[in-house]
Write a protein that binds this ligand. Structure first.
Ligand code: ZN
Length: 486
C-alpha cells in the first residue's frame, strides 16, 4: 500500500468517487434496502383500535393526573429511603391512591431486607488550604471512627488507574477516585461511571487504606450537590468508609492537590467523618393494583416507590410511579375489560439492590409464563423519543405497529435489545418480553440521587407525553393477538 503507483492511486480515487456518487444519488434504493432488511409486516390494528389509541394519546396529552400523583407523593411522603418508616408510609399512600383510582386486587406483597441510614457526613481539607467540602456517604458505607479520620489524600484519575496501582503504600491514606462521568441522551455513561461506587471502596480496602472518596457519579458541574447511591463490599476485603464529593468540590480538591505539588507545601490532608445507623432486618414491599382483563395473561408496568433520602425522589422514581399509574388508569377507563390484566407494580427497595424485583420474581415464579410483557419507567420525566423492544422475531410486526402509532408524539422505532427497566430485569432473565420507552435523559444525571431531585425539575408537558406513550403501549399490548415471545 505504501508503494502504490500514482496511476493506481488515481484509479482508486475515481472508483471511490463513483461509489460515493452512486450512494449519494440513490437514496430510494438505499432506504428501500434498509426497510426490507428490518421491517416485518406491521401488525394490523382494527380501525376501532387505532381510534382508541389516538383517543388515549389525545386525552393523556392534556391530562394532569400523573403530575397530581407525583405532587402528592413528593409532598405528602417526600423522601422514601428503602426499608424506612417513610417507605412504609409510601406503601400506604400507594394502596390508597390505587384504590381511589378504581384499581382492583390492591395489595402489598412484603419482603425483608437489611437497613442502612446516614447520620453524619462531613469532609474538609485541613492542610494546606483549609476548606469544608460537600460530601455524602454512599449507601451501605461503614462509619469512620466517631472522631473521624484525618489522612493524606492520594488521587487517581480513574478507577482503572487505582486497580492497576500497587497494593502497598496506602495504609495510612484516603484514596480519591476522580473519574468524570460522560453526559449522553440515553444515560449510557452511567454504566461504566457507576463502577467506582463499589470499586473505589473495595480497591481501597484491598490496599488497607483508611477510607475512599469519589467524585460524584453525576453529570452536573456547577452544583455543590453530591450524588449518593448504593455500594457493595466484596467478601473478604477490608470494609472502608466511602463518600462522594459534589463535582465542584472534587474540582476544588484536585486543584488543591495541584497547588500543593507545584508549591511544594505540606501534603493535602482530609478530615472525614461518616456516621450511619444499620439494622439487620427491616421490612419493605411491592404495592400492586390491577385492571382485571378477560384472560389470565398479565402485562406488568410500574416504577419504583423507594427513593434516596437527599431529595424527594421526583425524577427517581416518583415520575415512573406517576406515569404508569396514570397511564394504566386511563386504559382502565375505557369501556369493557381489557383482553389482558394490567398490573401496576410500585416496586419497593429498588435503590439498594432491586430487592422488590427479586421478591416479585420469586413470589410469582409459577405464573411467569402468563406474563406477556413487562416494562418500567425509571429514567426521570424527560420526553420519550424511542421505542425499544425485546420481542421474539415473529412479534416484531407488533413493535413496528406500536412505534408507528406513537410517531405523532415524537417516538421513533428503536432496536430489539431493550432492557425494560431495572425492576423487570429478573422477569426478562426468566424469558418475559420487555420494552423500553426511552426517555431523553440528557439532564437526568445532573439531578439523580441528589438534593436537587425535586418536583420543580419535572415539566408537566413532558410528563403528559410519557403518560400518552405508556397508555397507548399498555392498550396495544393488551389487545394484540398472540404473545410477544415467539
Ligand atoms: Zn430509579
Amino acid at each position: 500500500m505504501m508503494n502504490m503507483s500514482v496511476d493506481n492511486l488515481m484509479l482508486k480515487k475515481i472508483i471511490a468517487t463513483v461509489v460515493i456518487c452512486v450512494i449519494a444519488f440513490s437514496p430510494d434504493i438505499l432506504s428501500l434496502q434498509t426497510v426490507n432488511a428490518q421491517a416485518p409486516a406491521a401488525y394490523p390494528l382494527t380501525d376501532k383500535q387505532k381510534d382508541t389509541v389516538n383517543q388515549l394519546i389525545d386525552d393523556a396529552m392534556v391530562g394532569r393526573q400523573a403530575y397530581e400523583i407525583l405532587e402528592s407523593l413528593t409532598t405528602q411522603i417526600g423522601p422514601r429511603l428503602a426499608g424506612s418508616e417513610a417507605e412504609a408510609r409510601a406503601r400506604d399512600w400507594g394502596v390508597e391512591k390505587l384504590k381511589s383510582l378504581g384499581f382492583k386486587n390492591v395489595r402489598i406483597e412484603p419482603f425483608e431486607l437489611p437497613y442502612w441510614e446516614r447520620v453524619v457526613e462531613e469532609a474538609s481539607i485541613v492542610t494546606p488550604f483549609s476548606q469544608k467540602l460537600e460530601i455524602t456517604a454512599l449507601g451501605n458505607s461503614v462509619a469512620t471512627p466517631s472522631k473521624g479520620i484525618e489522612a493524606e489524600i492520594v488521587r487517581f484519575e480513574t478507577l482503572s488507574d487505582l486497580i492497576e496501582a500497587p497494593l502497598d503504600g496506602f495504609e495510612d491514606k484516603i484514596i480519591f477516585v476522580d473519574e468524570v462521568m460522560t453526559r449522553t441522551q440515553d444515560g449510557s455513561g452511567y454504566g461504566w461511571a457507576v463502577a467506582k461506587r463499589s470499586g473505589a471502596a473495595n480497591e481501597a480496602g484491598r490496599r488497607n487504606a483508611l477510607a475512599a472518596i469519589i467524585r460524584s457519579v453525576g453529570t452536573d458541574r456547577d452544583r455543590r450537590s453530591p450524588h449518593t447511591g448504593n455500594m457493595r463490599y466484596e467478601d473478604g476485603v477490608k470494609r472502608v468508609p466511602i463518600g462522594a464529593l459534589s463535582n465542584p468540590d472534587a474540582d476544588q480538591l484536585t486543584r488543591a492537590l495541584r497547588y500543593a505539588r507545584e508549591l511544594k507545601t505540606a501534603p493535602v490532608k482530609l478530615r472525614l467523618r461518616i456516621e450511619v445507623t444499620t439494622k439487620e432486618k427491616t421490612s419493605s414491599g411491592n404495592v400492586i393494583g390491577e385492571i382485571p382483563g378477560k384472560t389470565d395473561e398479565v402485562i406488568v408496568v410500574g416504577g419504583h416507590l423507594d427513593s434516596w433520602d437527599l431529595g424527594t425522589g421526583a425524577i427517581d422514581d416518583g415520575a415512573g410511579v406517576a406515569i404508569t399509574t396514570a397511564a394504566a388508569h386511563l386504559v382502565g377507563q375505557l369501556r369493557g375489560k381489557p383482553q389482558r390484566t394490567i398490573r401496576v407494580v410500585m416496586w419497593g427497595s429498588e435503590e439498594v439492590g432491586l430487592l422488590g424485583a427479586s421478591a416479585y420474581a420469586k413470589a410469582h415464579q409459577d405464573e411467569l409464563d402468563k406474563h406477556i410483557l413487562a416494562f418500567e419507567s425509571d429514567f426521570g420525566a424527560g420526553k420519550i423519543w424511542q421505542l425499544q423492544t425485546r420481542f421474539g422475531a415473529k412479534a416484531l410486526g407488533k413493535a413496528a405497529t406500536m412505534a408507528r402509532m406513537l410517531r405523532r408524539i415524537g417516538v421513533g422505532p428503536g432496536a430489539n435489545n431493550a432492557r425494560g427497566g431495572p425492576d423487570v430485569q429478573a422477569l426478562r432473565s426468566a424469558g418475559v418480553p420487555v420494552l423500553t420507552a426511552q426517555q431523553n435523559g440528557w439532564d437526568y444525571f445532573d439531578l439523580h440521587h441528589t438534593p436537587e431531585d425535586t418536583l420543580d425539575k419535572v415539566d408537566p408537558a413532558d410528563l403528559a407525553q410519557n403518560v400518552a406513550t405508556y397508555a397507548a403501549l399498555i392498550y396495544m399490548a393488551s389487545e394484540m393477538d398472540g404473545d410477544f415471545r415467539e
